[in-house]
Design a protein around this ligand. Structure first.
Ligand SMILES: [Mg+2]
Length: 357
């Protein structure tokens, strides 16, 4: 099926809660929605959510790639040749992985619709649902505890707790939240690069007495200081996850091969889409490393794509696909079903999305 039209639409999404991590906070999220139309009239939807802090990609870079390069690469090409189209997109768009991810997602949505299959069935699923965490931002302690309780009341079983002040303050935060929600709720800690190795190890050692239900500590140290991350990994009793240290395929190879972290957080917006994420998952699997599929603040369009990807690899142990929940003016509905903290795909062609632009 030939691609006849490539369109993109920038949107500013309003967040219901302040999104705050160790390095900054925001009330909005800039995304670009991608629309591909095929010669049979079918439409594939994608979405781009660049994170300049993590990949260096500005929203203007994303837009430029979508308007200047993408039509030239995709127009009059066969969507069934997705593999080669994706290679070409990534070759030209190495510095705009979110733009490539949005296009890759739209190609998969279109391919699913042409094949009359949900994408997770097209790829071959390993499971039919996955538990997701929901994020408690680095806001003041009372607000964080209230938010944690509110999320548990809504049925979430796993909380991503943003930390990264001082390890002593973070300790108080974790203990307060753990006490408020109870031991059956899984806590996933994310320091967003804020620590030196000694801080991370001091925090984890102090937490041992309390025995909170901690699944892992994510990115304690600076992204490019991978041997600091390895130092924490080597001495930690809690699994350590790399996030900002693992952007694309080569990072997955190096971090897995050199045992820099116990776990990898793979995000479509960092690596360029589902095709690349599946390759990274295969590398991790070869090294015995489990992964999480994570996200940015992004439309349910790309969250659905993250879910379908997470359902299709045995190397995925965790999902953190909550980016759409906090958006008050998303352009799409459907795509995922949230029930008791688990995400289920919609059994419709492609990603099962309805988009209102
Ligand atoms: Mg993270």
């Amino acid at each position: 099926m030939e691609i006849n039209k490539v369109e993109s639409f920038r949107r500013t999404f309003q967040l219901k809660h302040t999104s705050a991590v160790a390095y900054g906070s925001t009330e909005t999220a800039e995304n670009v929605v991608v629309k591909l139309t095929a010669s049979n009239g079918k439409v594939g939807w994608g979405n781009c959510a660049p994170d300049e802090y993590v990949t260096g990609e500005k929203i203007e870079d994303t837009e430029r790639f979508l308007t200047d390069a993408a039509p030239e690469l995709l127009l009059h090409r066969d969507v069934g040749m997705l593999g080669v189209l994706n290679d070409e997109l990534l070759r030209h768009g190495a510095r705009t992985p979110a733009a490539c991810a949005g296009l890759n997602i739209a190609l998969y949505d279109l391919l699913g619709k042409c094949a009359h299959l949900p994408v997770y069935r097209l790829l071959g699923a390993c499971r039919s649902s996955i538990l997701t965490s929901v994020t408690v931002s680095l806001v003041n302690l009372d607000d964080a505890v209230n938010l944690a309780q509110e999320y548990v009341g809504q049925g979430f079983r796993a909380l991503k707790i943003k930390i990264g002040t001082t390890w002593q303050e973070d300790y108080e935060r974790i203990v307060a939240i753990a006490g408020a929600v109870g031991k059956e709720i899984e806590l996933r800690l994310d320091a967003n690069q804020a620590y030196e190795p000694g801080d991370a190890l001091a925090l984890l050692a102090k937490l041992e007495d309390q025995q909170p239900n901690i699944a892992f500590l994510e990115q304690p140290t600076r992204a490019r200081h991978i041997y600091s991350l390895k130092e924490v990994t080597t001495h930690s009793t809690v699994p350590i996850m790399a996030d900002e240290s693992v952007i694309g395929l080569k990072d997955a190879f190096v971090l897995t091969g050199e045992m820099i972290a116990h776990l990898l957080n793979i995000k479509l917006m960092k690596c360029g889409g589902i095709t690349m994420a599946m390759k990274m998952l295969a590398i991790a699997e070869a090294g015995g490393i489990s992964c999480m599929i994570g996200c940015m603040d992004e439309s349910v369009i790309s969250i659905a794509a993250g879910l379908h990807c997470a359902l299709c690899s045995g190397a995925v142990m965790y999902a953190d696909l909550d980016g759409h929940l906090d958006i008050s003016n998303d352009v799409a509905t459907g795509g995922v079903v949230l029930k008791d903290g688990h995400l289920y795909p919609v059994d419709a062609e492609g990603f099962g999305l309805t988009v209102h632009l």
